[in-house]
Write a protein that binds this ligand. Structure first.
Ligand code: AMP
Length: 117
C-alpha cells in the first residue's frame, strides 16, 4: 500500500525507524536527527497535515499523544528532571513534515524558549 507521508511509511513499517511505542491511535519513534539526547516523535496513525486541520473528532488522538509522551518520558527516565514538547505548524514554525507530530525533547537542560524579538 502507498502512504502519503514519510511518517505514514514508518507507521506501516515501509521504512525503518526505531519505534518505541505503537497503539491503535499513535506511534512514537526516535527522531532521525536528534536535537537533544532524547528526541522522540509522537504521531497520529492517521495523516493530519497540520494542527490547523485538527477537529473535535481528533480529540482522542491528541489526548493519546500527551499520555504517550508522559509514558515515554517516564520510561526514558526523564520525567522527574523534565522535558519539552513541541508542535510546529506551517512555515513560520519550520514544519517540515506535513503529518502532525509532537517532539519530545529531553535528557539535558534545554534552556529557555528562544525569544526572536
Ligand atoms: P518538523 O520540523 O516539526 O516538521 O520536524 C520534522 C522532524 O522529523 C525533524 O526533527 C526530522 O529530523 C524528523 N524526521 C524526518 N524524517 C525522519 C525519519 N525518516 N525518521 C525519523 N525522523 C525523521
Amino acid at each position: 500500500m502507498m502512504h502519503s507521508s514519510v511518517f505514514s511509511k514508518i507507521i506501516h513499517r515501509e521504512i525503518y525507524a526505531n519505534i518505541l511505542y505503537q497503539d491503535e491511535l499513535v506511534t512514537a519513534f526516535c527522531d532521525i536527527s536528534p536535537k537533544a539526547p532524547i528526541h522522540i516523535l509522537i504521531v497520529p496513525n492517521v495523516v493530519i497535515p497540520t494542527i490547523n486541520h485538527v477537529t473535535i473528532e481528533h480529540e482522542a488522538i491528541l489526548g493519546r499523544m500527551l499520555t504517550t509522551a508522559a509514558k515515554i518520558a517516564k520510561q526514558e527516565g526523564i520525567a522527574e528532571d523534565g522535558y519539552r514538547l513541541i508542535l510546529n505548524c506551517n512555515r513560520h514554525a519550520g514544519q517540515e513534515i506535513y503529518h502532525v507530530h509532537m517532539h519530545l525533547l529531553g535528557g539535558c537542560a534545554l534552556g529557555p524558549i528562544i525569544s526572536l524579538y
